[in-house]
Design a protein. Structure first.
Length: 131
């Protein structure tokens, strides 16, 4: 669940922080839901930090950002493309991105063939609603 929620000022901005774990055992893209954005109307900015490491010497760190518009009809629209703020990896088959469908934002990671990886992630979401 959400581990931190902070409200600011009169325009109802809200910051949410959520952490999770995702495991891969091969080079197949694997996804997990980060947050479902429902019951809200306004703009959102998400930043996610991801890190993985294994005793086999495979490791990676990523920072990704994405902006969203949450419409009155409950729609979630991406604004622009996912920003690859930072990437460091020991194997070029590894990858990390944000995806969205309906009102759900998901993290998608790609591991390494025949290698078990635990991907730890922390997502920060700032929402600014329309009063």
């Amino acid at each position: 669940g959400v581990i931190e929620a902070t409200a600011y000022g009169s325009m109802s901005p809200l910051k949410l922080v959520k952490r999770g774990l995702l495991s891969t055992t091969n080079a197949t893209p694997t996804s997990t839901t980060v947050m479902a954005l429902t019951g809200f109307f306004g703009a959102a900015l998400m930043e996610i930090r991801v890190i993985t490491n294994t005793t086999a010497g495979k490791c990676a760190t990523y920072i990704r950002r994405m902006s969203y518009n949450l419409g009155a009809g409950g729609t979630l629209a991406e604004i622009g493309a996912v920003q690859d703020v930072y990437t460091a990896e020991t194997d070029s088959t590894m990858d990390c991105t944000l995806t969205s469908s309906g009102t759900t934002v998901s993290l998608q990671v790609t591991g390494v063939a025949a290698t078990a990886l635990d991907w730890r992630w922390e997502a920060s979401l700032m929402l600014v609603g329309i009063d």
